[in-house]
Design a protein around this ligand. Structure first.
Ligand code: FAQ
Length: 330
């Protein structure tokens, strides 16, 4: 009934003005929209786009950190990293399930990722050459993810909002373990301090890019805010992230790689906030369009994992078929 492709959403709903007004009234009244509720095709399409991009980000996001599991410097660090990477895999699965409630199949979404058609977060196209990158990802990437995802717990689409609650709890643990790792390095040898600073230098700007283009260039924000899918604009969330993270860097003796960073008392309606330098939007769009340092490698690795896992999917299907046949014969 609600089946459609990622790019061509359509519903059985006749989208009259009355229907659209009634739908908006439900949104304005903070009612949750559930999978079997009638909804405008564009609302469905926006959610499929956003939830599937998010799911892909979690799954591809396992790769930069997974790279360090065998080389973690102690058993304690290895256990924490292993658990974190597993958590990200779990997030991807909840999110694919949430997308499936909108009438799109996991196979279709996977095909779109592997063919390079689907987007995933730009941040995961940067390399992780040192152990400090693992700290920087936890602290900054999970920190940015939390800033973006806590408001998504109040998203108007029920399955996405509910998935976000557990995801945010886990991301919060990840952020703390990443920050603790960075703090430990900054209290170590000169080489360890330098490694932490170098990781911050490389991850700071890409972390700011995670929030998406500036509000003037964001195509989807206005409508998504109206539908209460998004609760804050990209720039609002980016500002909150900067304001929360700069003092954390200062506390552990690290310096943000931004000569324009300065406290501005009049920002945020007089509460104060940081002014910061201009993001390199050319770099952002280059990475989003598939030309970042690791884009090709990430997709090739995911494709290999999908191909290598074919026998597991076939075996699970054969088992399910046999079980059903036995039940039917009984
Ligand atoms: N990278 O009009 P807007 C994580 C695209 S999860 C790539 O502003 P929107 C956990 C955007 O899709 C991180 N593409 O779009 C973790 C659109 O293109 P389209 C992922 C980007 O949707 C931690 C175009 O630009 N989180 O990190 C990016 O209103 C550690 C115009 O943009 C989510 O997905 C980007 N950074 O706002 C895992 C959260 N930014 O689709 C492992 C949910 C924008 O028209 C380790 N998503 N684009 O072809 C969102 O909140 C929103 O979708 C935004 C973008 C804020 C990402």
């Amino acid at each position: 009934m609600y089946s459609q492709g990622l790019l061509g959403a359509n519903t059985d709903t006749d989208e009259t003005e009355d229907f659209l007004a009634a739908f908006q009234a439900r949104i304005d009244a903070e009612e949750k929209i559930e999978p079997n509720d009638p909804m405008p095709a564009a609302y469905r399409k926006t959610l499929i786009r956003m939830i599937s991009q998010h799911a892909h980000s979690e799954i591809v996001g396992m790769l930069p950190e997974g790279n360090w599991i065998t080389r973690a410097p102690s058993l304690r660090r290895k256990v924490a990293l292993l658990a974190k990477v597993q958590d990200e895999g779990g997030h991807g699965l909840y999110l694919y399930s949430a997308a499936e409630t909108l009438g799109v199949s996991r196979e279709q979404l996977t095909e779109e990722l592997l063919s390079g058609k689907a987007k995933y977060s730009s941040i995961f196209n940067y390399p992780t050459p040192t152990w400090a990158d693992i700290g920087a990802i936890g602290w900054l990437v999970d920190g940015a993810a939390i800033m973006n995802q806590v408001p998504l717990c109040r998203c108007s689409y029920g399955p996405y909002a509910r998935a976000m609650i557990r995801v945010c709890k886990e991301e919060s643990f990840h952020q703390r373990q990443g920050y603790e790792l960075m703090r430990k390095l900054t209290r170590g040898t000169d080489e360890q301090k330098a490694m932490a600073q170098d990781a911050l230098n490389r991850w700071w700007w890409p972390s700011l890019m995670m929030f998406g283009p500036s509000d003037t260039d964001s195509q989807h924000s206005d409508q998504s805010m109206k539908w209460k899918i998004k609760r804050f604009t990209n720039d609002e969330l980016r500002q909150k992230f900067v304001d929360a993270t700069v003092p954390q860097a200062e506390l552990i003796g690290l310096t943000m790689p931004d000569e324009h960073l300065s406290w501005n008392e009049s920002k945020n309606n007089g509460e104060g906030g940081y002014d910061f330098g201009e993001i390199d939007w050319d770099e952002f769009w280059r990475v989003v369009k598939g030309h970042g340092m690791m884009n090709k490698d990430r997709i090739a690795t995911r494709k290999k994992a999908w191909d290598d896992g074919a026998w597991v999917r076939e075996a699970a299907l054969a088992h399910a078929r046999k079980t059903r046949e036995r039940k039917e014969a009984a």
